[in-house]
Structure formats: structure tokens, C-alpha cells
Write a protein of this length. Structure first.
Length: 174
């Protein structure tokens, strides 16, 4: 991973990482990462900080990544960019199977970065793509297109977690 991240960085490509488990030597990869999208367990485990806001802030400060974020499953995603937290609540769908939702979220986020979406737009879009994937059986059963995601975003309700909404309102990294 370290070698691939270095090659991407040298080529001027954005480096993203999808991580949920602590790996030996991962401390050499993190300084090369532009966009960290971790599971909700990873930042607290890595930093020893149980508060998700403080854990993301700690990782961003230590490794200098542009965005430090975590997926929150049925509650959406939380991210930190330029000292500001962004919370994107999950979209409500008739869920059939959550297999692959995280992978679809990460793929959609990479697409959003390449399309130069704002962080808020990228998280909303990625959440929508992951939600749509959950409407069918299997890891790739519900992978949708951009228009389907935008349609969901225009009409669907959101599953809000007040702790994250309040945390974003009350905090600024620094």
C-alpha cells in the first residue's frame, strides 16, 4: 500500500484509503493519504480517542490528510476538512441487504472526488449510492447510476443522528 500511495502521490493523483483494521506498517501509509474514509471503529482504535470528532481531528493533524472521515453505517458519514466537520445523514430506503454498502460508498466517494464535488455533496452522493445498493440482494445487487442517486437524494427521507448533528454544530477543529 505504501508503494502504491507513493506512486500515486508522485503522479499527482489523489490518494484515498478505505480502512477498518489496523495493519502493521500502516503508519507509513497515512502520511501519503489525501482522503481517509475509515469505518467508525478505526479512528478511535488508531488514536485511542473514543470521541469520533476528536479521533478524526487527531488523525488529520498528525498525518496532514485533506479529509479525515468515517462511515457510520445506517447513520451516514462524518468528515473533517479544513477545520470544519460535515455530517451527512443516511438516506432511508427499503433495505434488503447491506453487503457491499461500504465498498459502494468508497467507490462513489472516489467518483465524487474526481468530479470535484464539495465534501458535503460527495458524502451525500456516496451515502445515496450505498443506500441504493442496499435495496437489492448481494454486494453489487443494487449498484445504481448517478441519475438514480440524484433522484433518491431529491425525494428520500434521511436517518439523522442527533449526536452527530449536534457535534458538527458545536465543534470546529482546532
Amino acid at each position: 500500500m505504501e508503494r502504491a500511495a507513493r506512486l500515486a502521490r508522485q503522479a499527482g493523483l489523489p490518494v484515498t484509503v478505505d480502512v477498518d483494521t489496523i495493519y502493521h506498517g500502516f503508519d507509513r501509509v497515512l502520511p501519503l493519504v489525501d482522503y481517509l474514509i475509515a469505518s467508525s471503529d478505526f479512528p478511535p482504535q488508531w488514536t485511542g480517542e473514543s470521541d469520533p470528532f476528536k479521533a478524526l481531528e487527531s488523525m488529520q493533524k498528525e498525518y496532514g490528510m485533506r479529509v479525515a472521515a468515517m462511515t457510520l453505517g445506517a447513520h451516514g458519514a462524518l468528515a473533517l476538512e479544513r477545520g470544519r466537520f460535515t455530517y451527512s445523514p443516511a438516506w432511508v430506503v427499503d433495505c434488503v441487504d447491506t453487503t457491499g454498502a461500504g465498498d459502494v460508498f468508497h467507490g462513489a466517494f472516489c467518483y465524487a472526488v474526481l468530479e470535484d464535488m464539495s465534501l458535503h455533496e460527495a458524502l451525500d452522493f456516496s451515502n445515496a449510492m450505498a443506500a441504493l445498493n442496499c435495496t437489492a440482494l448481494g454486494a453489487r445487487g443494487g449498484i445504481a447510476g448517478v441519475q438514480e442517486a440524484r433522484s433518491l437524494m431529491a425525494r428520500a427521507e434521511r436517518r439523522r443522528n442527533r449526536d452527530f448533528e449536534t457535534g458538527v454544530t458545536d465543534r470546529t477543529a482546532g
